[in-house]
Structures are given as C-alpha cells and as structure tokens.
Design a binder for this molecule. Structure first.
Ligand code: LLP
Length: 420
C-alpha cells in the first residue's frame, strides 16, 4: 500500500492533489510520499528487531539528501559505492560507523575518504582491492575494517541485468578465494577482518534464493570462526523485490525470518542493504501529455517525461504501471504506447497500456519511481533533470529544483589542463 490515492476522482499524494504540484513545479516531476517512506522504513526495522541487525540503505536507489535524512532518522545506516555517495550520506547525517562501502572498483581517494570517515567496513571484492586498502591504511597510520564479499553462485531468478550472485558476473569472490584471503589478511597489518558479505541480485521476489544464500554464508562464517578468524557480522546485501505489476507484495517479515534463522546459528550480527524495498514504491514521475499521435499500427501518447528521467523500461524492459491523474471513469478506454520526446525508439514508459482516452494537457503518472529513477537520470537530448518533491500530509517541499539551462552547460568553458 502507498499514499498515492484517488479522492474525488483525482489522484493525490497523501493529501495533496497531483494537479496542484504540477501547477507549482511543472512536469515532469518526481513526487515522493514521506509517510510511505517512513512506513516502509519502520516495517523493515520492526521485522528485524528480534535479532541484532544493522539495516544500511543502498544509497544508489535514491540519493536525494532530504530523502536520505528521513531514512537515517529512522535508524538506517548506508550502503554506498562511490566517494560521491559517501559525501552525500555524511552530509545527510548518517553515522560513519554505520556505513558499508561496496563496489568492485574503489579508487585510492575513495578508500582514503572511507578510512578518514571511520566507516564500518569496506566490502572487498578482490585481492587487488585488499592490497590497496592495506597500503592506504598503513600510509595513513590506520587500520581499515574489511569484509570479504563472497559470490555464492546462486541464481536469484531475476532480470539477468540486475543479477549479481552467479560466477558469470563481475561481483564478489569465490568461497575458495575468500578462504585464502582470510588467512592472508592476518599478514596485512593495515586491515582488520570484520565480516563476510554477499548480494545476489535485485528485484528478487522469491525468498528461496535469499534463504539459500543466508544458509551458505552462515556455514562459511561458522567454518571461518572455527578456524579462529574473528568475524563480527554477516552482510546479506539487499535485493528483496517490490510490486511493480503482479508480483507479490514484499514479505518483509518472511525475509527477516529466513535470514535470521540461518545467521543466528553463527551468533554474528546481521547487516542488510535494502534499496528498492524501502524506496521503490514511495515515488512517482508526474508527466503531462504533449500530444496524441496515431500511426497505422499504434496510438502513441507522447508525454513530457522520457527515458532520461526514468530509464528502467528502456534499459531492462521493466514494467512500471501508468495511470491518469483524473480517474476518467466516463471516458472510453484506448490502447496506448506511452512514450517520451527523446529521439530513440527505445524511449518508452509503457507499451499497449489501456488508459482512459487521453488528450494534450492531461496528466499521467508513472508509478514505482522512488528507487533507481532520479538517481539514474541523465541530461540526454539536453533535457534538464526534473525536480524532486517530497509530500508530507498537507504540505509539500521541493527537495531539488528543476535544472536550469545554465546547469546544462556548466563547466563547458574551454580551459587548458593545469593552466592558470
Ligand atoms: N547492496 C549492493 C552491494 C548492491 O549492489 C545493491 C544494488 C543493493 C545492495 C540494493 O539492492 P536492492 O535492495 O535495491 O535490490 N538499477 C537497477 C538495480 C541495480 C541494483 C544494483 N545493486 C534497477 O533499476 O532495477
């Protein structure tokens, strides 16, 4: 359930009619419901309350500072993958010792920044990275906490572009390599082993692969503990999927119980890194119809939002539900391809969607745009990025204004490298 609901035939976010926001900030615009976000955050914390768990929000899903502040206020830490995400998370008030730093290719300055901040762990994905962290930590006269990210070779049964838990992907290391590295770590004075981690993929709607991963990680941890390696936690990553179309509603409590069931055998703390679960269904992209175009085969509803605003349909063929702001119960139904103005055939939000008959100026919204929407936006076709709005009951706030034309070409003056 979310807080995007019809009242008197008109879609609202919480108590605010979407038409009012369109008037105030124009379209396209991302609109988030604060109370949906709070509810999701509290449900996750509550589900895991039976076991010592740190939930780290995957900042890549939605990194707007105001959005992050709401999440950190609910007791979440952060899972991040770049210097930029680290700085955002710190600026939004995360506790540094509740940060895990993931990613297959961390640069030296990123490692340095993480050590300076005092993060909980670098989730190490290869031996070269372990050596870099050790070198940089020694250079700084510090000891860096590390976790080994293991690829458990489990099929998460999700879209192959967002599956990460098989050996055919670039992520993590094999169990065998992790077992070699835990011993090597003892010889490295700049790093301290604190845990093991995995993340098998995203938009996983079946608990079985997640449970299988928890079982495997727990047995690896028990073996490592038995060999005298002092682990503190198991990081099970993120990945639980949400409802975009006809997926089951996420079973957060079931998810918690399958992870806890296995991790508790080790006595170690649990870390999770949910992104989409928290953020996905907190937001929409509000669009205005520019015009309707009929071709010999199709009716196209051309809207002002496009693949540069939400790339998921173009990139992954992902389904996002589309609805009209005015319920349109008295209008005939028409089959549309809802597309944007970008010059690419792949620029679409939805194909063969039945909607009440549309006209230029009508407002339509793309659902489930709280995660991996604004963070994946671009300026393609020199389109300024859309504003972000946070609704809280009877009030709403612009948490990022629409980009201006000057924003588009900022920094494009010609300069000489290293010159005056
Ligand atoms: N932890 C790690 C190490 C990750 O790589 C990810 C996501 C997460 C946690 C959070 O996963 P979640 O709970 O959100 O499933 N852009 C794609 C999703 C890419 C996910 C990448 N990693 C999409 O729009 O579907």
């Amino acid at each position: 359930m979310d807080h995007f609901i019809y009242k008197n035939g008109e879609a609202h976010c919480e108590n605010i009619p979407l038409t009012e926001i369109a008037e105030a900030v124009g379209t396209p615009a991302y609109i988030y419901s604060r109370n949906t976000l709070k509810r999701h955050a509290r449900r996750i914390i509550e589900a895991f309350s039976a076991y010592p768990t740190l939930a780290c929000f995957a900042v890549k899903a939605n990194s707007n500072l105001s959005f992050l502040r709401e999440i950190f206020d609910e007791g979440f830490g952060a899972d991040l993958v770049s210097h930029g995400e680290l700085q955002r998370a710190l600026k939004a008030g995360v506790k540094p010792h509740e940060i895990v730093f993931s990613g297959v290719g961390k640069k030296d300055y990123e490692i340095r920044a993480g050590i300076e901040a005092g993060i909980l762990s670098f989730n190490v994905e290869s031996s070269f990275e372990l050596e870099s962290i050790n070198r940089i930590a020694l250079d700084m006269g510090k000891m860096a906490p590390v976790c080994l990210r293991i690829n458990p070779n489990i099929d998460a049964k999700t879209n192959p572009k967002i599956a990460t838990g098989l050996f055919s992907t670039k992520f993590g290391m094999s169990e065998a390599e992790a077992k070699t590295l835990v011993t090597e770590i003892q010889e490295l004075p700049g790093v301290q082993l604190v845990g093991i981690a995995c993340h098998i993929g995203s938009q996983i709607t079946d608990l079985k692969p997640l449970e299988e991963a928890a079982e495997k990680m727990s047995s690896i941890a028990l073996e490592m503990l038995g060999n005298g390696h002092p682990l503190e936690f198991i990081d099970m990553g993120g990945g639980l999927g949400i409802r975009y179309k006809d997926e089951p509603d996420p079973d957060v409590e079931g998810y918690a119980s399958v992870l806890i069931k296995h991790v508790q055998k080790t006595g170690l703390k649990l870390v999770i890194e949910p992104g989409r679960l928290l953020a996905g269904n907190t937001g929409i992209l509000l669009n205005k119809v520019i015009g309707i175009k009929k071709t010999p085969q199709k009716n196209f509803a051309i809207v002002d939002g496009a693949m540069n605003d939400v790339i998921r349909p173009s990139l992954y063929d992902s389904f996002h539900d589309i609805a009209t702001v005015h319920e349109g119960v008295d209008k005939p139904e028409v089959l549309y391809d809802v597309v944007g103005p970008v010059c690419e055939t792949g620029d679409f939000f939805g194909k063969d969607r039945t909607l009440p008959q549309l006209h230029a100026g009508d407002l339509v919204f793309l659902k489930s745009c709280g995660a991996y929407a604004a963070t994946m936006a671009s300026n393609y076709n020199s389109r300024p990025r859309a504003p972000e709005v946070l609704v809280d009951g009877d009030k709403y706030y612009i948490i990022k204004p629409r980009e201006t034309l000057e924003d588009l070409w900022r920094g494009e003056e010609v300069t000489i490298p290293g010159g005056e």
